[in-house]
Design a protein around this ligand. Structure first.
Ligand code: TYM
Length: 344
């Protein structure tokens, strides 16, 4: 053995990401993830799935799960994913995800999973009652990414730790099975002001599907009135907006609204402050509401239109699943050979 660095991955670039079908999508999902999917599809081959295997780590009503999957697919389409360009599919339609996850369960170390903060948050006080799937959730996420040998993963900041684990698993697999460069070490794409959108009621808590207050978030299906009203009611402070982001470090709600404006407008926070410095929220909020309504308003309507034809969504998902399997199956065949399994 030499102490040279292992050979880097030399295969094609691919983008992969997914969203769980477990509740209404909100502005955080849109700005942290969906908006990037639509942009990246034109640059790099893009695989976007609906994470129904992940969803059942907490109870999901089997009668509703398929409908929830279609809703996420409709959100993808309504926010600009083109099924002729990107590959859009349900995770459960590609069994290679689960198969690779098993191999990765045997590569990942308990100590690595013990560090995952999302499990601690989601399992709460009674972790002995959480499903084993909730614990190994990030291992399945690594399999989602690596079964396509994806190199870039557009996600919100809350997923960064799972991406670090994915890199650790890829590195250890490549090393243990003497296959340098077999899996890439994928990069999270979390740049920009939309990576961590906070609750409209509390600037220190993440905007989330599970917050009991509907006023804490803007849902993708909210109509124009609901969007405007939630922004009017958003918590703020009496001070005018300053000239720099540093001056907002102790004002989490103000900081969040500036970040939302910047992300919705496709501008930097500094540019937004250059325009609004000196103005109070009485002036800023109506501008933000207009912007949010103009960007988000049409999405809900488009989702409803798409969902009125579920057969068309199912056709898109079936076509996507077939294309996804064309990439996942050869990866899995190579993994089987490397691990020493009976040929698949
Ligand atoms: P999920 O379904 O919780 O969220 C979907 C995406 O939305 C982002 N996000 C946010 N971004 C900014 N601000 C927020 N407040 C906010 N809340 C959510 C998330 O970071 C995510 O990008 N584990 C993933 C699903 C998944 C996945 C994958 C993602 C499964 N396998 C493989 C990428 C690659 C999740 O639960 O996302």
């Amino acid at each position: 053995m030499t102490d040279q660095a292992p050979a880097p991955y030399a295969g094609p670039q691919r983008v992969l990401s997914g969203v769980q079908p477990s509740g209404d999508l909100h502005l955080g999902n849109y700005l942290g993830a969906l908006v990037k999917f639509a942009r990246l599809q034109h640059e790099i081959p893009t695989f976007i799935f609906v994470a129904d295997l992940h969803a059942i780590t907490v109870w999901q009503d089997p009668k509703l799960l398929k409908t929830q999957v279609r809703e996420i697919a409709a959100a993808y389409l309504a926010t600009g994913l083109d099924p002729k360009v990107a590959t859009i599919f349900p995770q459960s339609a590609v069994p290679e995800h689960a198969e690779l996850a098993w191999v990765f369960n045997c590569v990942a170390r308990l100590g690595w999973l013990d560090r995952m903060t999302q499990f601690k948050e989601k399992s709460g006080k009674h972790k002995e009652r959480a499903s084993v799937g909730l614990y190994t959730y990030p291992v399945l996420q690594a399999a989602d990414i690596l079964v396509y040998k994806a190199t870039q993963v557009p996600v919100g900041e809350d997923q960064k730790q799972h991406l670090e684990l994915t890199r650790d698993i890829a590195g250890k697999f490549n090393h243990d099975y003497e296959a340098p460069g077999f899996f890439p070490l994928p990069e999270p794409l979390t740049q920009g002001p939309g990576a961590r959108i906070m609750s409209l009621r509390d600037g220190t808590a993440k905007m989330s599907k599970s917050d009991p207050s509907d006023n804490s978030r803007i849902n993708l299906t909210d109509d124009a009135d609901a969007i405007a009203q939630k922004i009017r009611k958003a918590k703020t402070d009496p001070e005018p907006l300053p000239e720099t982001m540093e001056a907002l470090s102790e004002r989490p709600e103000a900081r969040n609204l500036v970040g939302i404006y910047a992300a919705l407008a496709g501008r930097t926070e500094a540019e937004v402050l250059a325009e609004f410095a000196g103005q109070g929220f009485g002036a800023f909020k109506p501008k933000l509401a207009d912007l949010a309504v103009s960007v988000m308003g049409p999405i809900g309507g488009e989702m409803r239109r798409l969902l009125s034809d579920p057969a068309e969504i199912d056709r898109i998902l079936a076509d996507g699943a077939a294309r996804a399997r064309e990439v996942a199956t050869p990866t899995m065949a190579e993994v089987r050979r490397l691990v020493g399994f009976w040929a698949g």
